[in-house]
Ligand binder design. Structure first.
Ligand code: MG
Length: 422
């Protein structure tokens, strides 16, 4: 029987106006979601995703890896439907990483599901490895060998996600199943941690602090100390299996019973699981570990004046956010996804929390445009509308075809005239 212990921490960071991340600690289910979208849509997206995930996973018995994937897909549909029903939330989305304890004929396993660039790490025997692969444009370019890993963090399109929850009616969810060892420590985090704090530093904190809540807060504090440019959310899940809480930190060398590196198996290799946990006891708790209802007594202490002040502040913030949102989404640009010309909605590189989204995959490659345009395509060629972006791509093709035809004509032998010079 696998026993889990968890802790979490979240923070708005030092730059963003609101926290659009969401943490879910509802043993045996844990998740982190990183929302995107203006008008508070990002907060709605991540919260709807976590709540739907928890309800769907809890309702499907017994808890299985397939059930976790289906719960994530249900969460995707819930976010998508909410966006469709509310025009001001159009285009919102969220990342999602989820870890759940599943049973397998009395043989427990931990299922890891993910979409987007939030991450899951595993510390075993003192060694930390990344369980998930980012669903982002730069991660795909690195995987294809088109850019070096060290250039990814400086790439102008590093914020562009290749997959997110809630953007389309259906989504592919990646699944990894890990055989747990006593002492394993799982870290779920938003990119506000992984962009600010190096893997070595994260691993050091996870090895040093035994209490998962304390370790989570320390990681959030480190991300803020490094600049806190984004919302930061951390959930730590320890496999303790009967060890006393005051013992060596989970994940530390010697803490586990087994010495093998995590056996990560695709879903098809995992036998049908059995019920070994009581998922119906799961009670979703929002980031920070405090249930929403517990906050109400404090809110009643607010005076009328302070409420009015907060409302005025929120109104100003809403107007500001609305303006930024309009600016960020009011244009399109033509950029490169590998060798393919792709039309994105948004601004190259994104604006604050608003990341560009893929509008059209044109099917046109860099071989079909004049090489002198590759510089502006790499940086992103901005156009006022989708129609003008399409026209720009069409013009590039026409130009390249005309140039090719002119070259062919120039290379053809001139017709004989019959005249000769004596
Ligand atoms: Mg983020």
């Amino acid at each position: 029987m696998t026993i889990l212990r968890a802790g979490s921490a979240t923070d708005v960071g030092l730059v963003r106006a609101s926290n659009q991340d969401q943490a879910l600690v509802a043993s045996p289910l844990f998740a982190v979601a990183d929302g995107m979208g203006g008008h508070a849509a990002g907060e709605v997206a991540s919260e709807v995703a976590c709540q739907t995930l928890a309800a769907a996973f809890s309702a499907a018995q017994p808890p299985t890896s397939e059930g976790l994937v289906e719960a994530a897909q249900e969460a995707n549909r819930a976010v998508f439907d909410r966006a469709q029903a509310n025009p001001e939330m159009h285009g919102m989305g969220t990342t999602l990483v989820a870890v759940a304890l599943i049973g397998d004929d009395g043989h427990d396993a931990l299922a890891v599901a993910h979409v987007g660039d939030s991450r899951v790490y595993l510390v075993r025997e003192g060694q930390m490895s990344q369980v998930t692969s980012d669903h982002s444009l730069v991660a795909e370019l690195v995987a294809e060998g088109q850019i070096a890993a060290e250039d990814a963090e400086r790439h102008p399109q590093r914020h562009v996600l290749s997959r997110a929850l809630g953007v389309y009616p259906d989504v592919d969810v990646d699944l990894t199943v890990v055989e747990p060892c006593d002492g394993d420590r799982f870290l779920l985090c938003s990119d506000g941690l992984s962009r600010e704090v190096t893997d070595d530093r994260i691993a050091s904190v996870l090895r040093r602090l035994a209490d998962p809540g304390e370790a989570a807060q320390e990681l959030v504090d480190e991300a803020k100390a490094k600049g806190g440019a984004d919302n930061i959310t951390v959930v730590i899940v320890d496999v303790i299996n009967g060890r006393a809480a005051e013992e060596k930190p989970p994940g530390a060398a010697g803490a586990g019973a087994g010495g093998a590196i995590a056996q990560v198996a695709p879903l098809s290799d995992v036998a049908k699981p059995d019920i070994s946990v009581d998922a119906t006891r799961a009670v979703p708790v929002l980031a920070g570990g405090e249930p929403k209802a517990a906050r109400e007594p404090r809110q009643r202490l607010l005076t009328v004046r302070s409420v009015a002040f907060v409302i005025a502040l929120l109104a100003v913030a809403a107007i500001t956010v609305g303006g930024i949102d309009w600016y960020a989404r009011s244009s399109y640009y033509v950029g490169l996804s590998g060798n393919n010309l792709t039309i994105y909605q948004g601004r190259p590189g994104g604006v604050l929390w608003i990341k560009p989204t893929v509008a059209v995959r044109t099917g046109v490659t860099t071989n079909q445009v004049e090489s002198r345009h590759l510089g502006e395509l790499t940086a992103g060629k901005t156009e006022d509308s989708l129609a003008s972006a399409r026209q720009y791509v069409a013009n590039l093709q026409t130009e390249e075809r005309n140039a090719r035809a002119a070259n062919s004509a120039a290379l053809s032998p001139a017709p004989r005239t019959g005249a000769s010079i004596p």
